[in-house]
Design a protein around this ligand. Structure first.
Ligand code: GLU
Length: 357
């Protein structure tokens, strides 16, 4: 999979960089000939739309951003289509929001469509569906979106091409770090926000993307999109930018969906004994270990679990509503049985619907 940032695809608001896009298509065509399936996540819709609609700086109002995205996206997909034509490659436009991926049925539908396109030799070109995306339903940035798509398709490699040559060791050598085996606090601190007028990601979201990709068993490379044959070298040779090495023990697909595709509606505070039992003994969460909760949620919604110090350590699908949790916390299962005589399950969060973060 390859994700291309606005900074690489455009040379300023509204100016698409045809040379770069053409060169990326050439490299993708070579990889495809070798039997490597490629998905493109392409930013640039808002940046292009800004130019076409005459904005000099990124507008703040949502409706203006969405108008830019609507205008820019059609230009963007047309550009990809033309650029792939000389190689006889067909492209497909896939526009997603976070909301599409949160619902299991829609998630599975997207997964099926992508698989079908790939087996038919099509190159899917994915972007956020910015025109209908409000804050509540948006992924928000394409670094994260590309990691989500990598996770959905169980891709082995995600290459994020932007104007950053990799993760720079700012405190130390001042050079690009070639390999990151695990994302420590120190690594996360090396990331700083973006300063470009059209882009919104920066290194912070790339590190977050690397975290998600890693837990999905996908290596992630951050490289500069203008380097010669960057894509070919990243896939076939290595030695490009920074490689974030995937976890050797990736989460299974359903747990990934639970951990990374959900927006928790509340937090359950648990005591130390319950935290211990969940983290080290693989137990379910019982009402006796619950201290309280925040947020409003219904039974079957997704919630975070936080330990005594407030640190979130797990996420899961809850069997009680927030109103019920206020009523039952601290109580024994025996007491619950009298309060909810009809219920088969009295665990607050069952261990099969729980993932440690
Ligand atoms: N979806 C946005 C666009 O196409 C880009 C978001 C991003 O680059 O993170 O303009």
């Amino acid at each position: 999979m390859v994700k291309l940032g606005t900074g690489i695809l455009t040379s300023g608001p509204g100016r698409i960089d045809l040379n770069t896009i053409g060169d990326i298509c050439r490299q993708i065509a070579i990889l495809r000939e070798r039997g490597i399936e490629i998905i493109v996540v392409s930013s640039g819709a808002i940046g292009l739309g800004m130019g076409i609609l005459g904005f000099k700086a990124r507008p703040r109002a949502l409706k203006k951003l969405q108008a830019c995205a609507a205008v820019g996206q059609s230009k963007l997909i047309e550009t990809w289509q033309h650029a792939f034509e000389p190689y006889g490659i067909v492209v497909a436009q896939i526009l997603l929001t976070h909301d599409d991926l949160r619902h299991r049925k829609r998630f599975v539908a997207v997964q099926g469509t992508l698989e079908h396109l790939l087996t038919n030799g099509v190159v899917p070109v994915v972007n956020e569906n910015d025109t209908v995306s409000s804050e509540e339903i948006a992924v928000g940035d394409n670094d994260m979106l590309s990691a989500m798509v990598a996770s959905i398709t169980s891709s082995p490699l995600l290459i994020i091409l932007s104007t950053a040559p990799g993760l720079i060791d700012r405190e130390g050598s001042g050079e690009v770090i070639p390999v990151v085996e695990s994302i420590t606090g120190e690594i996360a601190e090396m990331a700083g926000g973006t300063t470009s007028s059209t882009a919104i990601g920066g290194m912070v979201t790339k590190i977050e993307a690397a975290r998600l990709a890693g837990k999905s068993g996908c290596n992630l490379i951050i490289g500069h999109g203008h380097e010669k044959d960057v894509l070919l070298r990243a896939v076939l040779e290595g030695g490009v930018g920074t490689v974030f090495v995937a976890s050797k023990l990736p989460m299974e697909s359903k747990k990934r969906w639970l951990a990374f595709f959900q927006r928790p509606l509340g937090t359950i505070q648990v005591d130390e004994g319950a935290r211990e039992a969940l983290v080290h003994k693989g137990r379910s969460l019982l009402a006796s270990g619950v201290k309280g909760c925040t947020g409003e949620f219904a039974a079957r919604d997704i919630v975070n679990l936080a330990g005594p110090g407030g640190e979130v350590f797990a996420r899961g699908q809850i069997c009680f509503s927030s109103r019920e949790v206020h009523q039952i916390h601290g109580k024994s299962s025996h007491a619950l049985r009298t309060e909810f005589p009809g219920r088969k399950r009295l665990e607050v969060v069952h261990r099969n619907s729980l993932v440690l973060l």
